[in-house]
Design a protein around this ligand. Structure first.
Ligand code: DC
Length: 225
């Protein structure tokens, strides 16, 4: 076993707007672990593609963009080259584009090394769609966080309004359903619970309750390690 493999990883996967970002981030803070928002890497690639007007079916050009992504994470701020893109990557257009390009195997492949690099001592909480199935299959703890499509649309609506983006509930529900369909049915690394994952339905839970549950599961894993 290499040294990296002994660094604990908590993999938190789930559909868009399931609250996994908030939960994963808070769990990381509580444990003093690093945090990987893998969706941000797909969003950064999407933003870069939109900015460079790269066709969304040009897998070769998109994977080159992903491979050489000049990104930097500083606290909760995300940079692409010299630009702070923390807000820009959260726009719905960028999310939808990210979901489309994420179905391309070479784009996914180009982002693997970057994701593995986040596994640093004392540990990592990784949030995404394939953290427990593909990127960190030997994670100490795997969680599949979900919520009803209505609860997720409501959360996304609030998030967008809070950030000053326009939002429309009907369109959001439609987009979420389409994105779920695309993320779950793609040929490569589809969204599904990893083997041995604990499923957590957060439709009627606060973020703090979800965090509490994940921490309890992790404490139990550590006790038996
Ligand atoms: O979690 P998010 O909404 O920020 O992710 C944006 C898109 O990126 C999502 O629709 C699917 C894709 N994605 C992925 O395919 N694999 C990941 N590990 C994370 C995100």
């Amino acid at each position: 076993m290499t040294q990296t493999n002994t660094i604990p990883v908590i993999a938190i996967d789930g559909p868009t707007a399931s609250g996994k970002g908030t939960v994963a981030h808070r769990v990381a803070l509580k444990l003093g672990f690093h945090y990987l928002d893998s969706g941000a890497l797909y969003r950064l690639t999407a933003l870069s593609a939109l900015r460079h007007q790269v066709a969304l079916n040009d897998e070769h050009a998109l994977s080159k963009l992903a491979e050489r992504l000049p990104c930097r994470f500083a606290g909760d701020q995300v940079w692409l080259a010299n630009e702070n893109v923390t807000a820009a990557i959260r726009a719905e257009e960028v999310g939808n584009t990210a979901s489309k390009i994420a179905s391309l195997p070479n784009v996914r492949h180009a982002l693997v090394g970057l994701q593995l690099g986040f596994r640093q001592p004392p540990g990592l909480v990784a949030d995404g769609r394939d953290m427990g199935t593909v990127i960190f299959p030997h994670a100490s703890l795997k969680v599949f966080l979900t919520a009803s499509v209505e609860a997720r649309a409501e959360r996304r609506y609030k998030q967008l309004i809070d950030k000053g983006f326009p939002a429309n509930m009907t369109n959001l529900l439609k987009d979420l359903k389409e994105r779920d369909e695309r993320d779950s049915n793609r040929a490569v690394a589809p969204l599904k619970p990893a083997e041995g994952a604990h499923t957590l339905d957060t439709s009627r839970m606060t973020a703090d309750e979800a965090v509490e549950q994940v921490l309890k599961w992790y404490a139990a894993v550590r006790k038996h390690a």
